[in-house]
Design a protein around this ligand. Structure first.
Ligand code: FES
Length: 206
């Protein structure tokens, strides 16, 4: 079948995701992310492909750091947000398409109810599917609050170089970019203070 080109950005994003994942492992050596990253690959890779839940150990995650793992073939980002970033998020509402997470397809209801602006169960820990809602590239993280070439008022967030979509540190999409919706928050819950289970709702959640 002829390739109509529609899938190309998705494939490009997939390549970027794989590259980024490799970069995490290669860059940290024996440092902070190596252990949680490796632990995140339990159970087996084969089980993950089948859609099994994935556990993530976040005990070593520091402010501004991101743990990347894979669930159902998708990159999952777990990011610890600083107080400055959390304080800045509500100030962005007027620049966003869906600041209160009203599109129910983009996050579980228990996440929206916990806080529609932070989009997380715990305020500081954000869990997102790292794929742009435009054509599926994996955006870059720019977590620092500082002017960026694409936004002089940048409060930290994600920038998708494919077609310049921007998202804040809660994965909320800015107005005036190609991506139509906020980044997806996957189903997840905390097994204990430092263990997130990706792919399973909290007990009793609708
Ligand atoms: S895939 Fe087009 S802006 Fe992200």
């Amino acid at each position: 079948m002829a390739n109509d080109g529609v899938n190309e950005p998705v494939n490009a994003g997939r390549r970027r995701f794989l590259t980024a994942t490799t970069a995490v492992v290669g860059a940290v050596g024996a440092g902070f992310a190596a252990v949680p990253f490796i632990k995140s690959w339990n159970p087996s890779a084969r089980a993950q492909l089948a859609g099994a839940p994935v556990n993530a150990d976040i005990s070593a995650l520091q402010d501004g750091q991101r743990l990347i793992l894979e669930w159902r073939g998708q990159p999952i980002w777990i990011v610890k947000r600083s107080k400055a970033v959390l304080d800045a998020l509500p100030t962005l509402d007027g620049r966003l398409r869906d600041p209160k997470s009203e599109n129910a397809d983009q996050q579980p209801d228990y996440v929206r109810k916990a806080n529609p602006e932070l989009r997380s169960i715990k305020p500081d820990i954000s869990v997102l599917v790292g794929l742009c809602t435009h054509l599926g590239c994996s955006p870059e993280m720019a977590a620092e609050i500082k002017p960026e070439p694409y936004d002089t008022e940048w409060k930290g967030g994600y920038f998708c170089p494919c077609h310049k979509s921007r998202f804040d540190m809660a994965g909320r999409v800015f107005q005036g970019v190609p991506a139509p919706t906020n980044l997806v928050v996957p189903p997840h819950h905390y097994a204990d203070d430092n263990t997130i289970v990706i792919g399973v709702d909290p007990e009793g959640a609708a």
